[in-house]
Design a protein around this ligand. Structure first.
Ligand code: CO8
Length: 258
């Protein structure tokens, strides 16, 4: 990566998995303006860095993934600055969701407020058994503002989303799994996430990026059209010839991402 960050560390392993760690453990990785700005920069770099094939996002320390937006900074917001702060965070989280490389959150503790919203902006979520999800904003006289009202209802449905948002109550990792809010729970969540990414990365990289794009169009009225267009586009790739050729020749495919 081209830059060094103060609140985020990034390490790229031999398989092209970028491990992105939010590094503010003394404040349970709360998202202050600096963390948000750095997250935006990191994901811009990830999008254009060909060395990076997939992303694992987690929080530092034993206790928290991210305990929310930084309440100290929130306390001074008014109508105008509040709307702008919400929009800024929404855009950054949207850019994470729009990454066309798989992004997996390893939720290693509290994922509250903006932290739950950040995990939901990732494509997949693996939790440690001590993970706790919650949207406690109503207890602060607020509502979720980084896309949580929208993403939570897409993921778990309106009734369950409203229960979480209106009560502000935390849910355990097990409950989150039952609700479909996380893909899996593991004591070794990071290893599990890397294995999952390893399995994904054996497949054609263009197909992976188009699959992510197609799934995120599923709520649009033109989702089927997008699917057909992307399907057609993939039929013109060398990876498609390689994948089908390898099956017919009974060998493993060697995808080049072309
Ligand atoms: N913001 C700022 N500081 C925090 C936050 C936070 N969200 N969470 C924890 N901290 C700080 C604590 O103040 C404490 O700092 P210090 O040691 O200097 O006093 C340190 O982290 C450790 O925290 P605790 O001592 O509280 O640790 P506990 O183990 O006792 O408790 C909890 C852990 C339960 C997670 C507790 O810290 C807590 O309730 N945190 C706040 C959780 C919360 O309400 N999050 C939602 C915030 S609102 C939000 O995210 C809105 C998002 C949308 C914004 C859109 C527009 C801007």
């Amino acid at each position: 990566m081209s830059q060094s960050y103060k609140t985020i560390s990034v390490e790229i392993d031999d398989h092209g998995i970028a491990k992105v760690v939010i590094n503010r453990p003394e404040k349970l990785n709360a998202l202050n303006d600096q963390v948000l700005n750095e997250l935006a920069e990191v994901f811009k770099d990830i999008q254009i860095n060909n060395e990076i094939k997939a992303v694992l996002l987690t929080g530092s320390g034993e206790k928290a993934f991210v305990a929310g937006a930084d309440i100290k900074e929130l306390a001074d917001l008014d109508e105008r600055s509040g709307r702008m702060a919400s929009q800024k965070g929404q855009q950054i989280f949207q850019a994470i969701e729009d990454t066309r490389k798989p992004v997996i959150a390893v939720v290693n503790g509290y994922a509250l407020g903006g932290g739950a919203e950040l995990a939901m902006a990732c494509h997949l979520r693996i939790a440690t058994p001590n993970a706790k999800f919650g949207l406690p904003e109503v207890g602060l006289g607020l509502i979720p503002g980084y896309g949580g009202t929208q993403r939570l209802s897409h993921i778990v449905g309106n009734a369950r989303a409203l229960e979480m948002i209106l009560t502000g109550k935390q849910v355990s990792a097990e409950k989150a799994l039952e609700m479909g809010l996380v893909n899996n729970i593991s004591e070794n969540a990071e290893e599990e996430a890397k294995n999952l990414l390893g399995t994904i990365l054996k497949n054609g990289p263009i197909a992976i990026s188009k699959a992510i794009a197609a799934v995120y169009h599923s709520d649009d009225s033109n989702g089927y059209q997008v699917e057909a267009d992307l399907f057609g586009l993939l039929c013109d790739t060398e990876d498609f010839k390689e994948g089908t050729g390898a099956f017919l020749e009974k060998r493993k495919p060697n995808f080049k991402g072309k």
